[in-house]
Design a protein around this ligand. Sequence first.
Ligand SMILES: Cc1ncc(COP(=O)(O)O)c(C=O)c1O
Length: 398
Amino acid sequence: MTPVNDLTSLPTAWVEGELASLDEAGLRRIPPLISSSAGPIVEVAGRPCILLGSNNYLNLAGDYRVRQGAAEAARRFGGGAAGSRLVSGTLTIHRELEDRLAALMGTEAAVLFSSGYIANVATIPALVGRGDAIFSDALNHASLIDGCRLSGANVTIYPHADMEALSKALKSSTWRRGLIVSDSVFSMDADSAPLSQLQRQARDHGAMLLVDESHALGVLGPGGGGLAEAMGLSGQIDIVMGTLSKALGSAGGFIAASASVCDFLRHRARGYVFDTAPAPAAVGAAQAAMDVMLAEPWRRAHLREMTQLLRAVLQRGGLPTLPGDAAVVPLVLGEAERCVAVASRCRDQGVIAPAIRPPSVPEGSSRLRLTVSAGFDVSLVNRAAGAILTAEAGTPRG
Ligand SMILES: Cc1ncc(COP(=O)(O)O)c(C=O)c1O
């Protein structure tokens, strides 16, 4: 029995039990320890490895101009913002970046948060609460789910992208305020939300619409403005969420919306009010990344080509991937243990292909979530895909 006066042993004992269960279920995660900057090839344990799992879609995280942007902002404004936005932490670069993000997304204004996760978790409870209703896609990202839970609103989860089910749910509920919440590109499945239909449903039923563009920003749309821009709906979605941590190679999240919604969030979103403002280096990096993204549209086109090539090579080798227009290539392998075994064989060949397991995806649908970036070329994609095909063929089933 655990001695009652030993303060550390009680949590340690039950936590170790939980970890053992994760081990048994093949769900214990041991991430690769990377000792170089982000890019198609990274160093792990002194060895170069092809990284097929980052969200560095435009290959900007390690770009010299982005590093320079981070360094200059840190030199001028310091290591941290040293205060929350409403008290003493608002720097000129925060406001400049917000204005640029609003212009990119076609909205009146934007509000920065220190991460995309916080943006979602802070915004949803600011918009709806007890007595209100949320309608949330079944495959939404965890940060949206957590925001919904935290809000205290009545949450209806509709089957993935099922507009009939959403319509029924909207018709059969009463609420003070209603909010439809959806990813634009789904991070584990790579498909896109039916955005026009979502917008129509929101309008017809008098509900608000929040769309998370994290995996579409920089990747879709002629200017990199995301799925809404790609579909001609730029500036027409009530509340758009985005992150600086993926295609823009930095850290931070934002909401782009009308000036009054943004102003309201600055007063009511707890993750804005009670959080230290984003670090200058992150803001400087994002600014520089936006410059590069806008000046070098070839990155988006090349990313698309490399993503299609990866899909095609796997398909030719007998491994069909889930379809999608964005930069995520899911290869569903089934049980967690086999998926982990395939990922481990990839790793032996110098390819990091992350195994995504429950609870991130449903039981029995564990998958390699593959991504390339604008930094890949044909031979690198072929090498990586070849390693996956070999690993999969060499891993026994069930
Ligand atoms: C769809 C989606 N929304 C939000 C987030 C959170 O963004 P961040 O990593 O900037 O906190 C992520 C990140 O994984 C995401 O995939």
